[in-house]
Each structure stands twice: as structure tokens, then as C-alpha cells.
Design a protein around this ligand. Sequence first.
Ligand code: PLP
Length: 440
Amino acid sequence: MAKSESELRSEISRLVKELYTVRFPSDSFVPGATAIRYAGRIFDEKEMQALVDSSLDFWLTAGRYSEIFESELADRFGLEYAFLVNSGSSANLIAFSALTSPLLPEVKRLHSGDEVISVAAGFPTTLNPIIQHGMVPVFVDVEVGTYNINPEKLKKAIGPKTKAIFLAHTLGNPYNLDVVMELVRKYDLWLIEDCCDALGSTYNGKMVGTFGHIATCSFYPAHHITMGEGGAVLTDDDLLARAIRSIRDWGRDCYCAGGENNTCGKRFSGQYGTLPKGYDHKYVYSHIGYNLKVTDMQAAIGVEQLKKLDDFIKRRKENFSLWMKGFRQWEDIFVLPYAIDGADPAWFAFPVTVKEGGGFSRTELTNFLAQHRIETRNLFGGNLLRQPAYLNIQKRMAGSLEETDRIMNNTFFLGTYPGLTEEKIAYSFKVIQNFLEIKR
Ligand SMILES: Cc1ncc(COP(=O)(O)O)c(C=O)c1O
């Protein structure tokens, strides 16, 4: 007798589990030979089984797994809406674009020429949407140690044209949300929290991403959870949610799920723009949108990853503490990272700044570490304003960017991801000790 679909699926699932153990045997660490990565995907057979299960549906575009993921992510944040998108950069683009939505009252809507508070010591795609929409980024310096915007300088940076604040919680370290929220309320500003590196970080016991109007996440492999390529936009606001969905889905007004028709019950009876009455709502466009959706196969991986998030966060915090314990002996040479009162970071990384006059440069150290197969990264683009793409952008400078330049020259980070072990970190310390002995 022919096997049923469910019997075949279970057989495939069992084989995938078997394949996982063959394809990804647990690795033993060989000091100096095994690469000590700064980040990487952590998964087991469950993610592979979910991926294959969704591929067997052959639905391909966003579907049942996307719905589960969106609902569980929204619950995790305690927010009403989560929209799955194909990257953190897309999430930032949509989040910003939503603030220009015609659904918003004219006075609240962003227009070209409006100013948005930003930093240059960050990831480019937090900044890019501001420029892409013809707004003016206002650059404020950051602090070495927290790597976040300097709150006192932020207070002075607000001007009559300032309409929004768009900042990432750098490397998972929450910025001063007391100051930021005070300014948001006082000047009636929008706040987008880029939480791409900060999933699970809290401030005064509340998840970051729940303070502002919109939060964004990334699920690229380096991040707290992954689906390969992926991201999310979250909000509690009904109007912003409509705009976000529309901008993600080609700009369409219709909010039917894939494969559904007439969810609104007015598919052929509405009046939109100057279209003829009853024009098919499926092809009515209320925003200048994109298509930034994911496939359900990515979402299936995400559903399994989300179950592991608490453990991932715990292990990131433990690895951060191990780095901190070892680095404490060298506080005369390095500026060590810290979180402000009330902040509890789910650290993306362990940032270190080489102090001036220590007898060696950041690059000498990171090069030495690379030779010993220990990966590091610079704090993204350093000072983005010195990057070729940004030399001629329209901007306002709210003071000098001295600390940003210091970060560009002297800062690097080590990983905290759960793939690191005490053994790997202990070996890294031996290599650093060795480097310092050569240099001092
Ligand atoms: C702060 C921040 N925002 C946005 C992004 C972009 O995310 P993605 O790589 O998923 O586009 C990153 C990427 O690492 C990031 O670090």
C-alpha cells in the first residue's frame, strides 16, 4: 500500500535528523588550528527538520510558518504587530518609510528636509533610509565604553526641524532610554529602535524595542537568532502597522494573506484614488512600496530558533562575563565595555578600545589575533562619514565626532555567540598575553 503523506514526512524527518549528525558532528577544539569565530549560526536537527518540512509544503512564499513566527515574536516583545521581512536592513527601510505614510496626519508625517537624529558610529543601513528618503541626518557623537549616543550631546542636538530619532542599541547595549524618551515626549518626536544586535536586551526590566514607535530586528547568521536572511518590524500602533505591511507588500492597500481573496469583504466595491469605483482592491496601491517578504522556509528555521533564544541570551551573557573577567587585568591598556544603570544587555559582542600610548595599535593586535585564528571585527564602518559613500551627503553636524573617530581608529570586538566556549576564550587570553609580552 502507498504510504500516506504524514508517513512519508515522518520518514524524511527521521532521515534529516540522521543526516544532521553525519553532516555536523560536534567539533573538538584544537588551539591555533580551529578558528575562533566572532559569530555564527547555532542550530541542531530541529531547524533542519523544520526547513525541510516547509520545503515539502512547496508553498515557498510567506505562509504558515511565517504566521507562527510573527505571532510568537510579537508575543515575545509584548507588542501587537510583528512583520517578517527579508533582512534587518529591509526592516529599517520599511520602518523609516512608514513614518512618511499618507495614513499619518500631515503634521506627524516626515517630509523631505526634516531632520533625524543619528550617529556615524554604527551600521550603514540604520542611517541609509534617512538619506534615501531625502531627510537630513543630524550626527551626534557617541561614548567610548557604551558605544551609544552621548545623552548630553543628544539633548543639545534637537533643533526646530528635528522630527525623529533613529538609533541602534549598539552591539546589544541599550542606550539611555530615560533621556531619549524624555526628548521624544517633550518634542513630540518619532523613535525607531534598531534592535538588530539587541534581541533580548532590557532597560528597566522592559525589552528594548518596546519603548519607541517601531522596532527592527535582524536574523542574519551573526545575530541572536537566525533564519539565514531575515528581519522583522514591530509596532503597537495600528496605523503604522498598516503602513508597514503595505510598504513590505508592494505598497498594496489589500491585506489578504498569500492565496486569500476578499478578506476586507469590499474587494469589488471600494473607491480608491481616482480609480473607477469597485476597482479590484488586490491591485490598489496606497504606498510607494517594495516586496521585502521572506520565504516560509526561512520562517520555519526562525520558529525553531526562537525556542532557543533564552538559552542563547544566557550563553552570550556568560561569554561576555568571561571576557570581562580576563580583560580586567589590562584596564590600563584597554577601555572595557559597560552598560548604564537599568540596562541589561544581551551582548552581541565584547567591544574593546585600545588606549592611546599603549605601545601598539588596534590593527597590530587584531592582525596578531587573526594569525592565531581568533576572529575580531571593527565596530562596523567606524565613522561612516569618512566612508566613500557618505562624503557628500546632506547632513547637520551636532558638534565634532571625536569619540566616533577614536572608535574608528582604536576599537574592535570579540564574539559572545554561544559557539564560544570557556576553552576558546582561555586560549584567546593566552594569545593576547603573548602579544602584550612582545609589545611591552
Ligand atoms: C545595528 C544593525 N542594524 C541593521 C543591520 C542589518 O541587518 P541585515 O544584515 O539583516 O540586513 C545590522 C547588521 O548586522 C546591524 O548590526
